[in-house]
Design a protein around this ligand. Structure first.
Ligand SMILES: [Zn+2]
Length: 245
C-alpha cells in the first residue's frame, strides 16, 4: 500500500461550513479536479462521523472541510481553544525524504495558496499511513523539501527499493516504451501490479504470474477516474488471460 498525502490548516479565523465550501470551490478551480478527491454523493462512514459532520445544505466530499479534530496514523490532533481545523481531501501520494513519490510541487503550491487565502493559516502536511505524521509545512519546511526534490526528484522511489518479489522474478519494473527508463510501481492487487512512467503519462498493468502487460488507455482513464484507469485495464488484462480479475 502507498502513503497518501494529507494536509491540514490550523487557523484562528472563524469559518462557516459555507465559507469553507466556497474556498474549496476556488481551490479546485485553481489547481484542477485531478488534485483532489471529490465525491458528490459521499456519506461519511463511522471513521469520519466522529470528526466531521457535512453541512445539511452542502453534502458530499469536497477539497476542504471543517473537522472537529485531525486523525492520522498516530496521535490525534485536537484544536486549541478558538482554533479551527480545515482538512484537505488530496488525491495523490505523499512525498517526503525516503518516500519520493507524490507531486510535492503541487503540495508546495497548495500550501502557498492556503496561506494567501487564509492569512493566519498554519499548514500541516503528512501521510495517511506508515506512521507518517503531520508536520508543520511552513516556509522553512517547504524550502527544505524543495531543495531535496531539486536534488533527487523521484529517483530514489523509482530506483529500486520496494521492488516486489514479482518484479524481481520478472527482471524489475517494466520500462516505458516511450521514454525508456523503468516505470514506478503505484499499486496493484494479489495478481497484478500497476506501473506509471514518471516522465510521460504511460501506465500499464502487469500480471505477476505471466508477466503479461496491458496498457492503460485514455478511455480507461476517463472511465475510472479514482483509479486512473488502472482497474479497467486490469479487468481487460485478466479477461484476456482467462482469469477472474
Ligand atoms: Zn514514459
Amino acid at each position: 500500500m502507498g502513503i497518501d498525502a494529507e494536509m491540514l490548516v490550523r487557523t484562528r479565523q472563524q469559518f462557516t461550513p459555507r465559507e469553507v465550501r466556497n474556498l474549496s470551490v476556488d481551490l479546485v478551480e485553481a489547481f484542477g479536479t485531478d488534485t483532489f478527491l471529490l465525491i458528490p454523493d459521499w456519506v461519511p462512514d463511522e471513521y469520519y462521523e466522529n470528526e466531521f459532520t457535512p453541512p445539511a445544505d452542502a453534502p458530499g466530499r469536497h477539497a476542504l472541510r471543517l473537522i472537529k479534530f485531525y486523525q492520522q496514523d498516530g496521535p490525534d490532533i485536537h484544536p486549541e481553544s478558538g482554533e479551527s481545523f480545515i482538512e484537505l481531501s488530496l488525491m495523490g501520494r505523499y512525498y517526503g525524504e525516503g518516500y519520493e513519490r507524490g507531486s510535492i510541487t503541487t503540495y508546495l503550491a497548495i500550501a502557498e495558496w492556503l496561506e494567501q487565502r487564509i492569512p493566519d493559516a498554519r499548514v500541516f502536511y503528512g501521510g495517511d499511513s506508515s506512521g507518517v505524521l503531520a508536520e508543520q509545512f511552513d516556509r522553512a519546511a517547504r524550502e527544505r523539501i524543495f531543495a531535496h526534490f531539486c536534488r533527487v526528484g523521484h529517483k530514489p522511489y523509482r530506483g529500486g527499493f520496494g521492488i516486489s518479489v514479482f518484479d524481481k522474478t520478472l527482471g524489475g519494473h517494466p520500462a516505458c516504451g516511450f521514454c525508456g527508463p523503468r516505470m514506478t510501481e503505484t499499486g496493484g492487487s494479489r495478481d497484478y501490479s500497476f506501473y506509471s512512467c514518471g516522465s510521460c503519462e504511460a501506465k500499464v498493468v502487469r500480471h505477476h504470474a505471466t508477466g503479461e502487460c496491458e496498457a492503460v488507455t485514455h478511455e480507461d482513464k476517463r472511465n475510472d477516474r479514482f483509479m486512473s484507469g488502472f482497474s479497467v485495464a486490469a479487468k481487460r488484462l485478466m479477461s484476456r488471460l482467462g482469469k477472474e480479475g
